[in-house]
Design a protein around this ligand. Structure first.
Ligand code: FES
Length: 566
């Protein structure tokens, strides 16, 4: 075993490796000839979605001990979506580096990844892929559904309450009551936002135990799943079942199909592309459209539908969804428990057809994801049709351009802003390099004067992202981003843009010659040079259609450590 290169050595080196473990009160036999299992913990009080992970880690440890392994818990950078500024996405790649180097540098034969809040799942999986030892994911689980004034509420309602506040329908004091009513238990966002989409992604790809995605954080069965995962990782080490054995091209394709059927987050695209880049599976933006195209929405979950993750669990969980997708999935993909994905869902039952529908009679014939091409986005852009407005899926309008987020904030509510419900709001310089970090501002709020007229949706286009809990006719991830100097960087107010989702196009009535003329006048903006990590990020981050990973982080370096300074 890998860990024996630390604890099994003779002489001074073995002495040093073992002696300092013994100062933790650990007897000699604990780490000799036993699988040593790392528990990679993103617990942090600054990541409220993951604040229950110390208890969860204890359950994992029980399972590891039970199977004859030796658990070692270690912290990594934790990314709390709600508190980190300017945006947690800026640090996803940094956290992945922390995870990768922590796993490789330490005596681990296998690793359990404790993931929850949005970026904690992709960053941990990306880092682990670059090492590629036996790995299993345990998600923290969603919060209980929020309850306010007799209604079920969740994160997607924040945008509705914000619009109500702008229109004077509710007061600031009421918001404080709603805050407590929405976040009433441990766990991550209760809707099919990015955290839930990531938990579904790992389950669909087979790198967690079945059922992992939907068990509420505070349901006792979440602890049971954690314990069983601890038990299983020891077996995975004995079987040498590595991430690369599970994460095949077919496993990625299954995840894309499942994400379309559940109306998963658009962030899923960026994170899955980055993970594929680490494990060496060829995956392109066009694959997402090809594989999602004819898959309707069958999980009736917010923000695309009505219900919450708790409801999904009671309705049968992700295994029930996957069983309904059986005819279109790759059924023989091997998973973390050693069974095929089909064996994992074959006994699942749909207990509530209001929450999980069928492919024949879906909730919404619109798929959860579409990839657009055109002269606005030479390398592509994405939209979530299932959370968009039907009447805007084919729409032509004049652009109202905001050069950056500060420009948007300064002008969006001005009474004399030349905008109506047919306009298309365009927000630039919120991409990976331009912001930097690609924040979730793409579903920008509508102008106050249009909200007051009762307008609830408009076409919006940006090079940024949208929260997985967001909704609307929102085109995201425009690539190349404005800061990279593509056509998008020179789109001007008044340009006529046509969004045609059925034909997957996003076109602006500007000739190639005019684009060139504008680019010559408006030289490419160079983002401010900053020191430290942000500087490294700006210079090495790739565009959204490649997963926004750093160029030098693609691929992996394996688990071998060549040099030893002891
Ligand atoms: Fe953590 Fe939504 S804020 S999952």
């Amino acid at each position: 075993m890998r860990s024996s290169e630390w604890f099994g050595l003779k002489g001074k080196d073995g002495f040093i490796h073992r002696a300092w473990m013994k100062n933790e009160g650990i007897p000699d036999y604990e780490f000799r000839n036993k699988p040593v299992i790392g528990i990679c913990n993103t617990w942090s009080e600054l990541t409220p979605c993951n604040a229950h992970f110390r208890q969860l880690a204890e359950s994992v440890k029980h399972g590891i001990y039970e199977a004859g392994g030796f658990p070692v818990e270690f912290p990594v950078m934790s990314l709390g979506e709600t508190l980190i500024k300017p945006t947690a996405m800026l640090y996803r790649n940094l956290a992945s580096m922390d995870v990768e180097e922590s796993i490789r540098a330490n005596p681990m034969d296998g690793v359990v990844l404790l993931c929850g809040c949005d970026k904690t799942t992709p960053s941990l999986v990306m880092g682990a892929c670059s090492v590629n030892i036996p790995t299993i994911v345990v998600s923290g689980g969603p919060m209980l559904t929020g309850r306010y004034n007799g209604k079920n509420i969740g994160t997607s309602d924040i945008w509705r309450y914000d619009a109500d506040l702008k229109q004077g329908k509710i007061k600031e004091e009421e918001l404080q009551t709603i805050e407590a009513a929405m976040c009433r238990s441990a766990g991550h966002c209760a809707v099919m936002g990015t955290a839930s989409s990531m938990a579904c992604m790992v389950e669909a790809m087979g790198i967690s135990l079945p059922g992992n995605a939907a068990i509420p954080a505070v349901d006792a069965r979440r602890k049971v799943l954690a314990q069983l995962s601890g038990l299983r990782i020891v077996e995975m080490v004995k079987e040498d079942l590595k991430l690369s054995d599970i994460l095949t091209k077919e496993a990625f394709e299954n995840a894309i199909k499942v994400n379309a059927a559940i109306g998963g987050s658009t962030n899923f695209v960026i994170h899955l592309l980055a993970i594929a880049g680490r494990i060496g599976v060829p995956l392109e933006l066009s694959d997402f459209d090809r594989l999602s195209k004819n898959i309707p929405l069958i999980a009736n979950l917010q923000p695309s539908g009505k219900y919450f993750m708790e409801d999904l669990f009671y309705a049968g969980g992700l295994p029930a969804v996957m069983k309904e997708l059986d005819s279109i999935l790759h059924r023989n993909c091997i998973t973390a428990n050693g069974k095929t994905i089909r064996e994992n869902y074959s006994d699942a039952i749909i207990y509530n057809s209001e929450v999980i529908a069928t492919l024949d009679q879906p909730f919404n014939s619109q798929t959860g994801l579409a990839v657009l091409k055109g002269n606005v986005c030479e390398n592509g852009a994405v939209i979530k049709p299932s959370a968009a407005s039907e009447h805007l899926m084919k729409h032509t309008g004049k652009a109202v351009v905001f050069e950056n987020i500060e420009d948007y904030k300064a002008r969006i509510d001005l009474a004399d802003l030349d905008v109506d419900e047919n306009s298309i709001l365009v927000l630039k310089n919120v991409g990976p390099k331009g912001y930097p970090g690609m924040p979730e501002v793409g579903n920008m709020g509508l102008p106050k004067k249009l909200l007051e007229k009762g307008v609830t949706d408009m076409v919006r286009i940006s090079d940024g992202r949208m929260s997985g809990t967001g909704f609307g006719t929102v085109v995201l991830h425009v690539s190349p981003e404005a800061a990279a100097g593509g056509n998008f960087s020179v789109i001007q107010t008044g340009d006529v843009i046509t969004l045609d989702v059925p034909n997957r196009t996003l076109h602006v009535e500007v000739t190639d010659e005019e684009f060139e003329r504008r680019k010559n006048i408006q030289p490419q903006k160079i983002p401010p040079a900053e020191r430290g990590y942000v500087s490294l990020y700006i210079h090495h981050v790739q565009q959204a259609h490649l997963g926004a990973d750093m160029d030098f982080l693609r691929g992996g370096s394996g688990s071998v450590v060549v040099r030893d300074s002891h």
